[in-house]
Ligand binder design. Structure first.
Ligand code: PRP
Length: 209
């Protein structure tokens, strides 16, 4: 599949096993999501546009770099919140613009309920943060919203993806790159990722019961 990057890393495999395990408690689940986010974000940010600067070391002046673009992190509420801090650790100057979408449990269609996007002030590069890409409906709606906002470039950072969701995003937004730790087997009849990890939002925020 084009425009898809899948992390191939020993640590990602171990952390994925932790988030898949239904016995993993919320605090360990959150920590594993943070580690997986760091691994996927390192790849998604590898080729960021840079501006040349000069740096004075204690010894002499030398060439250096700084980020050249306005970068926005767009966590999809709720589960995307669990990915914000590790990406901010890597890109401290990034802006965070929240988007609230939930998947209707009967139709599996995304429902938009919150947007903090400031009109007329789009970032140049937007990273959509959401651990799960299932049908791709939420990601596609997020892409549409960000394009309407005026974001020039969009990348999706996820932890786990279904082939169906990847295909949908690629079909509707072929220019959008998807970075994920794993592409799973597919969706079940209830549109849940198999083998998956259950509902990331409920497991991050301890709202399963
Ligand atoms: C989950 C997940 C994605 C979406 C993926 O969110 O975090 O946002 O579903 O499904 P899709 O690709 O089929 O659209 P959910 O609706 O459970 O909301 P939550 O994060 O508040 O739990």
């Amino acid at each position: 599949m084009k425009q898809l990057f899948q992390v191939d890393h020993a640590l990602a495999k171990c952390q994925l096993s932790i988030v898949r395990d239904h016995n993993t408690e919320p605090h360990r689940f959150r920590a594993a999501i943070r580690r997986l986010t760091t691994l996927v974000a390192a790849e998604a940010t590898r080729g960021l546009a840079l501006r040349s600067i000069e740096v004075d070391t204690p010894i002499t002046r030398c060439p250096g770099h700084t980020l050249a673009q306005r970068i926005g992190l767009v966590p999809i509420l709720r589960a995307g919140l669990g990915m914000v801090e590790p990406v901010l650790d890597l890109i401290p100057e990034a802006e965070v613009w929240h988007l609230g979408l939930y998947r209707d449990e009967h139709t599996a269609e995304p429902v938009h309920y919150y947007s903090k996007l400031k009109p007329d002030s789009p970032v140049q590069l937007a990273f959509i943060l959401d651990p799960m890409l299932a049908t791709g409906g939420s990601a596609a709606l997020a892409c549409q919203t960000l394009k309407t906002w005026g974001a020039e470039q969009i990348k999706i950072l996820s932890v786990i993806a279904a082939p169906e969701g990847v295909a949908r995003v690629h079909q509707e937004y072929p220019e959008v790159h998807i970075f994920t730790c794993i592409v799973d087997q597919g969706l079940n009849a209830n549109k849940f990722i198999v083998p998956g990890l259950g509902d990331a939002g409920d497991r991050i925020f301890n709202t399963l019961s």
